[in-house]
Design a protein around this ligand. Structure first.
Ligand SMILES: [Zn+2]
Ligand SMILES: [Zn+2]
Length: 289
């Protein structure tokens, strides 16, 4: 059984005893998540998952516009997720239209960290659609949270690792200089981990995922923050991911050309080239024994 689920049951029991715990005070716009967490009787495993990259500085389709930043649309989990919002809301919305994604379809926005190339598209998006759960870190500036609440979002402030809905988890806040959380999804082929920039260190983030979930890691994708790293450092990251049993990698955004090339060489057929317009499904993550 998953550690996370053991934690969840423990949390659920405590919640029943205390009569419900509220995440964040009502003044902070926190909401009671007892109902969500207490519904986790079985280990959830997604049989379907689709990740569409809607903003990236790398391109996978000529029809899409690029800009520095990252955003991805994730379907298959209990809630449809917009992971980060890129740097430019107008561009984000145009790219979403090109991929036939209606803003109204988004149920959850997950913000990995506060940097503008991941949150810059938020306001333009909320002007279109704000009936969402918004997961940000507790350490985000008060003004940022105030603006988001002003649009009517249900703001959920993350500090510790936690389950967000049936098959969707956060690593919790990591790092000191730049705090960041990664998204973790449970699928039938293993865990899928999505990072924004991996500022706390990609290896540390993946190690935390492994420690919390004790499952095979099918894919790590997103910004690996190796754009300025020397080849030796990139090699060390590659070896560490290999040791952790990561099956597929899809580095993009701030990963850098050199790291993408080295990951491609080392992971071979287990390297997935991504950029804006790329669509990844579980069929791309078959077990390779
Ligand atoms: Zn970034
Ligand atoms: Zn960043």
């Amino acid at each position: 059984m998953l550690k996370a689920h053991r934690i969840n049951w423990a949390v659920t029991i405590v919640m029943v005893i205390l009569g419900g715990i509220v995440v964040g005070s009502p003044e902070q716009g926190g909401v009671d998540v007892g109902e969500k967490d207490s519904s986790q009787a079985e280990t959830p495993v997604l049989k379907e998952l689709t990740i569409r990259i809607v903003q990236d500085n790398y391109r996978c389709s000529d029809a899409m516009e690029t800009a520095w930043g990252f955003a991805a649309y994730v379907t298959g989990p209990e809630q449809r997720i917009l992971f980060d919002t890129g740097s430019n809301g107008a561009l984000l919305l145009r790219n979403m239209t090109r991929l036939n994604i209606e803003p109204d379809a988004v149920e959850t926005i997950f913000l990995s960290h506060v940097h503008a190339d991941h949150t810059g598209g938020l306001v333009a998006f909320l002007q279109q659609h704000a009936d969402v759960d918004l997961y940000c870190l507790k350490s985000f500036p008060a003004r940022f949270k105030e603006v988001a609440r002003g649009y009517g979002v249900r703001l959920l402030e993350v500090e510790q690792p936690r389950q967000m809905c049936r098959d969707m988890f956060t690593t919790g806040s990591m790092g000191r200089k730049v705090c960041e959380q990664a998204l973790v999804l449970h699928t039938e082929v293993g865990l899928v981990v999505v990072t924004g920039c991996a500022h706390p260190g990609l290896v540390k983030m993946v190690e935390r995922v492994k420690a919390l979930h004790e499952q095979d890691i099918a894919l790590v994708m997103g910004g690996f923050h190796l754009g300025w790293a020397k080849p030796g450092e990139i090699e060390r990251v590659i070896q560490a991911l290999d040791r952790l049993g990561v099956r597929y990698v899809a580095p993009t955004h701030c990963s850098g050309d050199r790291a993408r090339k080295l990951f491609g060489q080392r992971f071979g057929s287990r390297y997935i080239e991504v950029g804006v317009g790329k669509v990844i499904t579980l069929a791309d993550l078959k077990r390779v024994d």
